[in-house]
Design a protein. Structure first.
Length: 425
């Protein structure tokens, strides 16, 4: 945390003791439910400089849970912008070989991985899109063996959030910086259920509720999903991969440990067929791409591929994303999220994918998750790419139907809310 401790009160009428209690409970939630650290386990925490206080509480919770070792690595995101602006071209193209090697060794050694996510949404505003694209593409290629193991759940992992000034004032521009940081902390505690009397029990109940939706969808074997917004332009048919599996809320590592990879999470998702997506999708929220905010995205798909794309702002960066590789113009994920999810109830745009993807149904350009297939992804219509970029299309007026192979339909969502007959959420 910064020396001024802007996070030491979450509201004008809340005491520092209240905040410390909530922060400690949040740390415990990340350890016990997020990565579900087991006795004798090891933990790597990646965190921004401002996260020192939370990182220490995470370490304490981990050791109390029986951890053998906790490593905390701090990242100064300003160095990334400094490099983008000042470094020679050779530095932009350089990704050290030890980076993936070290991560792979830690996976092999049984480490769990916790990321405390807090970043400036405008960090890369105005940066050279060519340099941004080159850096992101090269890093993704070098780190691909690591991401494959993570997506295969060969290690436990979780992403949580931390309130920092640069992010908070973007979300709450009408507030003074310290008040904005406090307001964002309130949101983090709310949407992660850390402000409930028993956060762990609250998460277990949430896992059961959303798990019922996931399990129902896995019994249906839909050929496609149809998104139609009567008050917007989105009219999109997403064909689903052969043998697709629905996932969400809770996952299992290969060692059988139950984890919650994202906190918050209110989505259920599956794999589209890379060649069976047709229609128009319009983003309902801005998207943060390589450190730049992209707004007003409109895309038309034909035969699974993006054939037209535009954005009101940040268009050059978005188009560079689409040109990453051949798979970047196809989608690898489709997710359903109720418009009344806790993140949506805040009424705020967070300029952060971890939060905004849990406020609206969405699709993801790029790589599919291997665990959303019951058989070989390559033989099932799964997409492959160096990227995986979620962007939100859901609205409070969105209707979603599941379409069976015979063309008959099952109502899934009406007005952005779950509307599955006989199923309460």
């Amino acid at each position: 945390m910064t020396s001024s401790h802007p996070d030491s009160s979450i509201a004008p009428d809340s005491s520092a003791a209240d905040f410390q209690r909530l922060l400690a409970g949040y740390a415990e939630l990340l350890v016990k439910v997020g990565v579900n650290l087991q006795p004798g386990g090891k933990l790597l925490v990646n965190a921004p400089l401002e996260a020192a206080e939370l990182a220490r509480l995470v370490a304490r919770s981990a050791y109390r849970a029986g951890a053998l070792n906790v490593v905390v690595r701090y990242v100064d995101e300003q160095l990334a912008r400094l490099k983008m602006d000042a470094a020679p071209d050779a530095a932009i193209e350089y990704v050290p070989a030890w980076l993936p090697d070290e991560a792979l060794r830690m996976i092999e050694d049984g480490y769990s991985f916790l990321t405390l996510d807090g970043s400036d949404p405008d960090l890369m505003a105005g940066a050279d899109p060519e340099r941004l694209a080159k850096t992101a593409t090269l890093r993704a290629a070098v780190m691909r063996p690591v991401s494959q193991k993570m997506m295969g759940f060969e290690a436990a992992w979780c992403i949580g959030a931390i309130s920092i000034p640069s992010w908070a004032i973007k979300v709450y521009p009408e507030l003074a910086p310290e008040e904005a940081v406090s307001a964002l902390w309130r949101d983090i505690f709310k949407v992660t259920r850390a402000d409930t009397p028993d956060p762990v029990a609250a998460w277990q109940a949430h896992i059961v509720r959303l798990g019922k939706v996931r399990d129902f969808l896995n019994t249906q074997h839909f050929a496609s999903l149809h998104f139609a917004d009567p008050h917007g332009e989105t009219d999109l048919t997403v064909g689903l991969a052969d043998g697709h599996l629905w996932a969400g809320v809770e996952d299992h590592t290969k060692a059988g440990v139950k984890i919650v990879p994202n906190m918050p999470t209110d989505e259920v998702f599956t794999a589209p067929h890379r060649d069976r997506v047709d229609g128009v999708a319009v983003a309902s929220k801005p998207l943060l791409v390589r450190g730049e905010t992209v707004e007003g995205i409109r895309v038309r798909f034909e035969g699974g591929k993006v054939v037209e794309a535009s954005a009101r702002s940040g268009e050059a960066t978005f188009l560079k994303l689409l040109d990453t590789d051949e798979g970047a113009r196809h989608i690898g994920e489709v997710a359903l999220v109720a418009a009344s999810a806790p993140v949506a109830q805040t009424g705020r745009l967070f300029y952060n994918t971890l939060f905004d993807e849990n406020a609206a149904s969405h699709i993801a350009l790029g790589r599919a998750y291997p665990f959303t297939f019951s058989q070989d992804p390559a033989q099932s219509g799964g997409n492959d790419s160096l990227i995986h970029e979620d962007w939100m299309i859901g609205t409070p007026s969105m209707n979603v139907d599941g379409v069976n192979p015979d063309g008959s339909r099952v109502t899934l969502m009406r007005g952005g809310e779950w509307a599955i007959e006989g199923l309460t959420t």
